[in-house]
Design a protein around this ligand. Structure first.
Ligand code: PDD
Length: 285
């Protein structure tokens, strides 16, 4: 039985209840995180919580748990759920009001909800044992605040669904200038002539924690050049490698875009090297 945490209490997930007047339910008015944990070892807990705190501040939800408090609750949740490969889902919504009214209410207690779900085991840095992903491309039709990890995910869900229903693992998104933004639930990268290139942080993409950790590891190692710059879709179609990253996928290699193979359609050597460095060092974050 999966154990959840709701408003101060650990309880079976099937028994967790919130009010239908919760603004997370009515308006998607909340912030969430997914922190990966492999056999009880978390990756990037501090940057995940920091991103959550900054998201909450940007939408005016006052919620002041310290890093230690978060660590304690997450550790207890993992303890109660066995230590497999788990995504720790953390959700803070503005809370339940007494009416449905768009403006932020005063004096409402935020709703805090955590639970765990299975994620794939940490992939090995071995292309021969790794499945490459197939993606399609779609014009990014989400909102203009994609840097906020909002629980209002319908835009992302619709993009993902459009790819999924057509047999794709993910959907790469491009803006009205035909520039790559990200994927529906991942950050995106191309590799060209040995250089890893990813779109810069702005309001069009989520500042991914996996992205942050990966870029830090690559820059410190120094053997692979990294660029944060605008990438157009022509470059995506002509890339040597395409990758997507997220907390539940690590670094996933894409081998097909819109039915066309990426380069020779095999997982590339830069992925192999980056994945090796990432696997060795990710638990330091
Ligand atoms: N998705 N971009 C979007 C739109 C995302 O939803 C995510 C994460 C990322 C990658 O961020 P990070 O590396 O911090 O996980 C980028 C999560 C895992 C989800 O919604 O399940």
């Amino acid at each position: 039985m999966s154990i959840a945490f709701l408003n101060g209490e650990f309880l079976p997930l099937s028994e967790a209840r919130i009010s239908p007047l919760d603004r997370g339910f009515l308006f998607g008015d909340g912030i969430y995180e997914v922190v990966p944990s492999y056999q009880g070892k978390l990756v990037g807990m501090v940057p995940h919580i920091e991103r959550m705190q900054s998201g909450l501040a940007s939408i005016g939800i006052k919620f002041d748990w310290s890093m230690d408090k978060w660590q304690t609750v997450i550790d207890q949740l993992l303890e109660q759920n066995g230590k497999g490969n788990l995504g720790v889902y953390i959700h803070v919504s503005r809370g339940a009001d007494t009416k449905r009214f768009h403006a932020y209410p005063d004096n409402v207690e935020p709703t805090v909800f955590l639970f765990c779900y299975d994620i794939p085991s940490s992939p090995t840095a071995d292309a021969s044992k790794t499945k490459g992903l197939k993606v399609n491309t779609q014009q990014d039709l989400r909102w203009q605040r994609c840097n906020i990890k909002s629980t209002s995910l319908l835009g992302n869900v619709m993009h993902f669904q459009q790819g999924y229903a057509n047999g794709y693992h993910e959907s790469l998104l491009f803006n009205e200038n035909n520039e790559l933004t990200e994927a529906s639930s991942c950050n995106a990268y191309i590799v060209k002539d040995g250089v890893v290139i990813t779109p810069p942080l702005d309001n069009q993409i989520l500042p991914g924690v996996t992205r942050k950790i990966l870029l830090d590891i690559l820059r410190k190692d120094g053997s692979i050049t990294v660029e944060e710059r605008v990438v157009n879709m022509h470059e995506v179609k002509n890339a040597d490698e395409v990758w997507i990253t997220s907390s539940s996928k690590d670094i996933a290699a894409v081998i097909e875009v819109d039915g066309q193979p990426v380069a020779d359609g095999k997982i590339g050597p830069v992925w192999q090297k980056a994945m090796q460095l990432f696997s060795e060092q990710k638990f330091n974050y």
